[in-house]
Write a protein that binds this ligand. Structure first.
Ligand code: TMP
Length: 207
C-alpha cells in the first residue's frame, strides 16, 4: 500500500539530512521509494525553483509560482508514483506555502486554502514529519553549513531572511499542525542527530 510522506521545517532544521536516512531505512525494508522535493521535482519545477530562490518578485507571484510548480509535481510525479504502489517522500509540500508565504510573508490564509483546493483537492500527505527547532538554533546551523560558511551571498532569497521572518514561518507551521494534528509527527529537531534518528525509527515501526 503506497504512502505519501512529507518533511517540513524552517531552513536549518536539518530535515533534508534526516530525509535521506529515512528513505534508505524504508528501502531496506523492501519498499519502492520515490524521493522528491518542492519547489522542484519535475524539469519545469526545477526551473521554477531557480527563479523562486533567486529572483526578486512580489508575494503574490511567489505564491502562484510555488503552486504552479506543485501542480506539475502532483500530476507528473506524486500521483503516478502513488498509483503505481510506490511510497513518495517529499522534502516540503503545501504546508511550506502556508508557513513561508502565509506565516512569513503574510499572504492571506484563505487564498492559500483556495490554491490548495485547486491544485490538490483530493490529495494530502498521509503523514508529515515536522522538524521543529528554535529559530536561533536553525540560524546557527545554517551559518555553520558549508554553503553559508564562506560567504553569505551563497544563501538563497529565503535563507537570507532575518530571524523575525523565521519566527513567523515557525508560527505558520504550528498553526497548520493545530488545524489538523492527526496528520503530523512533531519532532524536536534541536536534539542530537542520534536522538532524532531513534524517533524516526519509531515512526517507521509505527507505519
Ligand atoms: P529547501 O531549502 O528546503 O529546499 O526549500 C527551498 C526554500 O523554498 C525554503 O527556504 C522554503 C521555500 N518554500 C516556500 O517558501 N514555499 C513553498 O511552498 C516551498 C515548497 C518552499
Amino acid at each position: 500500500m503506497s504512502k505519501f510522506i512529507t518533511f517540513e521545517g524552517v531552513d536549518g532544521a536539518g530535515k533534508s539530512t534526516h530525509l535521506a536516512w529515512f528513505a534508505e531505512a524504508l528501502r531496506q525494508r523492501g519498499l519502492d521509494v520515490v524521493v522528491t522535493r518542492e519547489p522542484g521535482g519535475t524539469p519545469l519545477g526545477e526551473q521554477l525553483r531557480e527563479i523562486l530562490l533567486h529572483q526578486p518578485m512580489s508575494i503574490g507571484t511567489e505564491t502562484l509560482l510555488m503552486f504552479a510548480a506543485r501542480l506539475e509535481h502532483v500530476e507528473q510525479v506524486i500521483k503516478p508514483a502513488l498509483g503505481a504502489g510506490k511510497w513518495v517522500i517529499s522534502d516540503r509540500f503545501s504546508d511550506a506555502s502556508f508557513a513561508y508565504q502565509g506565516g512569513g510573508r503574510g499572504m492571506d490564509w484563505d487564498k492559500l486554502r483556495q490554491l490548495e483546493q485547486w491544485v490538490h483537492p483530493d490529495l494530502q500527505p498521509d503523514l508529515t514529519l515536522f522538524f521543529d527547532v528554535p529559530v536561533e538554533v536553525a540560524r546557527k546551523r545554517l551559518r555553520m553549513s558549508d554553503r553559508a560558511g564562506t560567504n553569505n551571498t551563497s544563501l538563497d532569497r529565503f535563507e537570507q531572511e532575518q530571524s523575525d521572518f523565521f519566527e513567523r514561518v515557525r508560527a505558520g507551521y504550528h498553526k497548520r499542525v493545530q488545524q489538523n494534528p492527526h496528520r503530523y509527527v512533531v519532532i524536536d529537531a534541536a536534539q542530537s542527530l542520534e536522538t532524532v534518528k531513534d524517533k524516526l525509527q519509531e515512526v517507521i515501526s509505527a507505519i
